[in-house]
Design a protein around this ligand. Structure first.
Ligand code: CA
Length: 226
């Protein structure tokens, strides 16, 4: 597995590189946002660790440019800041996971493995439909009529799971397990955050489809019946 570490604190970057290499990965390091973006765009990385506060270009901008360029590489954001607004900005901007410094090495490695596991599945280029929405697998986009929005990897996986299980309630446990994996420390509120992102995007698309909350159980789609 090949990991790109974009982190300007030299000592932390070196520690991350050692940790990843001890865990059997190949790790490359960049110390600023521009170099990080250039390297990330090469498309050779299975996972990208991206610091937020970086010289030349901040992590959010790197992430946005990367997604705009069509890269779906899993991105794990790292930051010293723990404000909710940053977390939301990172996740909304297409990050797949978020770790606040200082973090446990074991937690970091578990996240990297969980993200990498989701990577090699070959996405079919076809689209899934439900009601007036269309999930475009090749483009990681959700469309309704002429409107279309890009989804982050987690949003995409979640929407795909909901659409593949139309008329069924998907439990939160199931979403956590299928999307974050066994080793992750993700909790129920991670699911809620992504469900709220998807609801916002459905609203933006002016779709009739809604994600219904079944209290104490989970979620299902509704509005697909003509
Ligand atoms: Ca930094």
């Amino acid at each position: 597995m090949r990991v790109l570490v974009v982190e300007d604190e030299q000592r932390l970057a070196a520690t991350l590189q050692d940790l990843l290499e001890m865990d059997g990965c190949t790790a490359d390091v960049c110390h600023d946002g521009e170099a990080g973006l250039d390297n990330a765009l090469s498309g050779i990385y299975d996972v990208i660790l991206l610091d937020v506060m970086l010289p030349r270009m901040d992590g959010f901008t790197v992430l946005r440019r990367l997604r705009e360029a069509g890269s779906a590489a899993p991105v794990l954001m790292l930051t010293a800041r723990s404000e909710v607004s940053d977390r939301v900005a990172g996740l909304d901007g297409g990050a797949d996971y978020y770790l606040t410094k200082p973090f446990e090495p074991k937690e970091l490695l578990a996240c990297v493995r969980a993200l990498a596991r989701r990577q090699p599945e070959l996405r079919r280029e076809d689209a899934l439909t439900y009601g007036d929405i269309r999930l475009e697998r090749g483009a990681f986009a959700l469309a309704c009529g002429e409107r279309s929005v890009r989804l982050s990897r987690k949003e995409f996986d979640m929407m795909e799971l909901l659409m593949l299980n139309q008329r069924q309630v998907i439990t939160k446990e199931n979403l956590l397990l299928k999307i974050w994996g066994y080793e992750s420390d993700a909790e129920d509120n991670n699911v809620e955050v992504y469900i709220s992102f998807l609801r916002k995007k459905l609203g933006h698309l002016h779709s009739r489809v809604k994600i219904r909350t079944i209290r104490m159980v989970g979620y299902c789609l509704e509005g697909g019946e003509s």
